[in-house]
Design a protein around this ligand. Structure first.
Ligand SMILES: Nc1nc2c(c(=O)[nH]1)N[C@H]1C(S)=C(S)[C@@H](COP(=O)(O)OP(=O)(O)OC[C@H]3O[C@@H](n4cnc5c(=O)[nH]c(N)nc54)[C@H](O)[C@@H]3O)O[C@H]1N2
Ligand SMILES: Nc1nc2c(c(=O)[nH]1)N[C@H]1C(S)=C(S)[C@@H](COP(=O)(O)OP(=O)(O)OC[C@H]3O[C@@H](n4cnc5c(=O)[nH]c(N)nc54)[C@H](O)[C@@H]3O)O[C@H]1N2
Ligand code: SF4
Ligand SMILES: [Mo]
Length: 696
């Protein structure tokens, strides 16, 4: 058989690199980053380069597994697995009602699979509750944009990295977490000034013009301090504020009530640093603001994200080349999940609580409107609370590994004990979560199926099958259809025959929404046009041509008034404090460019295994290490008010005294983190906990 080259989108981070994979029958011959694709222009990072390796691992699930009474698993065929699934959940619903079951999904499956899952569970099977791991990650940005702009709409394109003359990164470490994005920064020919605001001297901070080691969780004070200086100095775009925003006056009086000295003190940066930051923003021609998890994962996250949005609005720096209040997304298809997973919003950014929206979607899908729940799902943390409290008795977990990644592991494992039925659907039966399952369903990975992902800049990218899944593993798509059939609602999904058919349904649903994609002529156009950013409506005019598009060039937002809103709050108390018993602040995050999350995939790449730490570690500043009698590679016990783990110590120049850092890639870390949540987004505040260290 002849060789064929298939282009597909990397399924790790949200940069969305395209890779050309040469195949012959089921054999993959080579993998190269695509040169024309405007995202990665011939580059990819080490994870993308090894994309296929984990899929070939001998640890893959190759058949459904059913737990026996004695605790052992036995292999079953798919028909039996589907039947057990339907029987298990149906008997719980029969006894306890539709709110006694829930699913937890992901930002890592193609959009079409997510839409099918959310629709099968909610419209077909009558479930109400289902949330995704994007709650752990992007919920804050989604809520902040929705409240401020009227829709979850990150406004930027990657070209803005090249066109900005002042780039401010807040709680973001793209050099290791969005490495190919950094190529766009390097292509910037305007001699840009780059500022990194992060308590740690990160890989990104090392490349910056200026690193501001802000005190953990003091970003809101910093942002309000900057706003105050801009107001006092009259460094504002009054015309933009007047024509395109609302509530500036009350925002103005709020920040004017916060003495600059207070902001200087809270942040640890002092008044002068805040003043000169404001001055730089004022002097720049095209300042841009970029944020990621250092902002999203905080106890006051949504307002912090909006603190950034407010700076862009008050200086009119949005909708213009090189500007914007820009949240960089996390997982490969977190953006698809935000719009089309039917979890937190009804398909296509619609609302479960709007009768009009329910009627519209029911009409397009030709289903009775009563099939669509008229209430929102519980968020992730509330789902787990209800599991713990015995209200939710059946849980289905798809493409996420919360037994490792959830913020409250003690509660997570306690909760699982309360469940009557747990189904886990993953590539690997060995994940911490899958090992708890009553029923394990083996899924195909991204290279073994088709669909689309949406990247950080709203670009829809193609996912193409380049190999068959191992054994009896199936695409999540086929698993969802099999479950719908066994449940007895298969008829509702006859038109959902394959991913591209679902894409067409989603296009119809999107029509008239800000994320309108109704003008795309099938997957072929996505391939030929090198990905397509939303919006792309029918009869898309010249404004939709071109490889890089940003939103809000006309200053019109998606709120009812067309104006963006200034939103703010008083400073909230920290969820916990350091004291003499727990004197150190634990920061958590990504540890290296090579490791992805809970390492179920990157942990199976021999090259990456060799180059990364096998065991969990804690990074500590030399001053604190000396006081504790620690040297690099000493064993150390890290204890928080939740738990205690033993790890290796690494003395690091990147931390200020009083702070330690642990990467999220090891299962130890989340025994320690503090389960608190942003009040608006419900996102966990993974990045602040009080701990102590003791040499072992
Ligand atoms: N190599 C690799 N790449 C990835 C991933 C991966 O696991 N590995 N995961 C992907 C996903 S899903 C995501 S969400 C992104 C995450 O990408 P990032 O958000 O860049 O990653 P993190 O390391 O979690 O957090 C970023 C920074 O926030 C800082 N921070 C902590 N607390 C504060 C604070 O109070 N204020 C400020 N200003 N900063 C603070 C941390 O020190 C850290 O350097 O990466 C994506 N890319
Ligand atoms: N302490 C701390 N904890 C954190 C964070 C932090 O910064 N600090 N960050 C949080 C963030 S931002 C995130 S996004 C989460 C990530 O947390 P998780 O979602 O739990 O992490 P992953 O390891 O990506 O888990 C994805 C799972 O899906 C499986 N999988 C991959 N592709 C497919 C597929 O196509 N189908 C199916 N069925 N399965 C598939 C993988 O094998 C893996 O087991 O972690 C959060 N946890
Ligand atoms: S930068 Fe992200 S999308 Fe690109 S190859 Fe690396 S992990 Fe994949
Ligand atoms: Mo994430």
């Amino acid at each position: 058989m002849a060789e064929q080259v298939k282009r597909t989108t990397c399924s790790y981070c949200s940069v969305g690199c395209n890779l050309d994979i040469t195949i012959r029958e089921d054999e993959t011959l080579s993998l190269k980053p695509n040169k024309e694709y405007p995202v990665n222009e011939g580059f990819c990072c080490v994870k993308g380069f090894h994309l296929l390796v984990p899929f070939q691992s001998s640890e893959r699930g190759t058949a459904p597994l059913l737990r026996q009474k004695n605790g052992d698993y036995k292999t079953v065929d798919w028909d039996e697995a589907y039947q057990k699934f339907a029987d298990g959940f149906k008997s719980i619903i029969a006894e306890h009602g539709p709110e006694s079951v829930a699913f937890l999904s992901t930002g890592q499956m193609p959009m079409e699979e997510m839409a099918l899952l959310g629709s099968a569970a909610k419209f077909g099977m009558g479930w109400i509750h289902g949330d995704g791991n994007t709650r752990q990650c992007m919920a804050t940005a989604a809520v902040a944009y929705k409240q401020s702009f009227g829709f979850d709409a990150p406004p930027f394109c990657y070209e803005d990295f090249e066109l900005s003359d002042l780039l401010i990164f807040i709680g973001a470490n793209p050099v290791i977490n969005h490495p190919i994005i950094w190529n766009h920064v390097k292509k910037n020919t305007r001699n840009p000034f780059i500022i990194v605001i992060d308590p740690r001297m990160t890989e990104t901070a090392e490349q910056a013009s200026l690193h501001l080691a802000v005190n953990p969780k003091s970003d809101l004070a910093l942002l309000y301090g900057i706003a105050r200086v801009l107001i006092e100095k009259e460094w504002l775009d009054n015309a933009f504020i007047e024509q395109h925003t609302e509530d500036f006056e009350i925002f103005r009086s709020h920040v004017m009530g916060i003495p600059l000295e207070e902001a200087g003190k809270k942040t640890g940066l002092g008044v002068d640093a805040i003043y000169s930051l404001a001055e730089r923003i004022h002097q720049a021609k095209a300042p841009s603001f970029w944020w990621t998890m250092g902002v999203n994962q905080s106890h006051q996250a949504t307002r912090t994200a909006q603190g950034i949005i407010n700076l862009a609005l008050m200086t009119g720096n949005i909708g213009k080349p090189g500007t914007g209040a820009n949240s960089i997304t996390g997982q490969a298809n977190a953006m698809g999940s935000r719009l089309y997973s039917n979890t937190t919003s009804l398909l296509g950014g619609h609302s479960f609580t709007s009768e009009n929206d329910r009627k519209k979607i029911a009409g397009i899908l030709q289903i009775p409107v009563e099939r669509i729940p008229d209430k929102n799902s519980l968020p992730y943390n509330k789902i787990l609370e209800q599991v713990r409290d015995g209200f939710i008795k059946g849980l289905w977990i798809i493409a996420t590994n919360p037994a490792h990644s959830w913020i409250n592991k003690t509660e997570f494992f306690d909760s699982l004990k309360q469940l009557d039925f747990l189904v886990v659907q993953d590539l690997f039966p060995g994940t911490e979560t899958a090992q708890c399952a009553d029923l394990f369903l083996p899924a195909a990975g991204s290279a073994e199926k088709s669909g689309t992902f949406i990247n950080s800049e709203r670009r829809i990218g193609i996912v193409q099958k380049v190999k068959n899944p191992p054994g009896k593993a199936k695409s999540d798509f086929d698993i969802f259809l099999g479950i719908a059939e066994a449940w007895g609602c298969g008829d509702m999904f006859v038109k959902w025959s394959d991913p591209e058919a679902v894409f067409r349904i989603l296009q119809q649903i999107s029509r008239g929404q800000p994320c309108d994609i109704s003008g795309i002529q099938g997957y072929k156009m996505i391939i030929d046009r090198l990905g397509i950013q939303w919006p792309y409506p029918q009869n898309a005019g010249a404004e939709c041509d071109g490889l890089h598009r940003r939103l809000f060039a006309d200053g019109r937002f998606y709120t009812p008034t067309g104006r963006a809103k200034f939103l703010f709050d008083d400073f909230a108390e920290l969820p916990e404090n350091t004291d003499s018993e727990y004197p150190l602040v634990l920061i958590t995050g990504r540890g290296s460019v090579m490791q992805f999350h809970t390492q179920t995939r990157t942990g199976k790449v021999p090259f990456i295994q060799k180059k990364t730490h096998a065991d969990c570690y804690v990074e500590i500043n030399s001053e604190d290490a000396e006081a504790l009698g620690l040297t690099t590679e000493s064993r150390v016990r890290v204890t928080s008010r939740r738990g205690s783990v033993e790890v290796n110590a690494i003395i690091s120049g990147s931390l200020c005294p009083g702070q330690v850092f642990m990467p999220m890639h090891y299962q130890e870390t989340n025994w320690l983190t503090m389960p608190s949540f942003d009040p608006y987004s419900g996102e966990p505040a993974y990045k602040y906990a009080a701990v102590n260290l003791k040499a072992v």
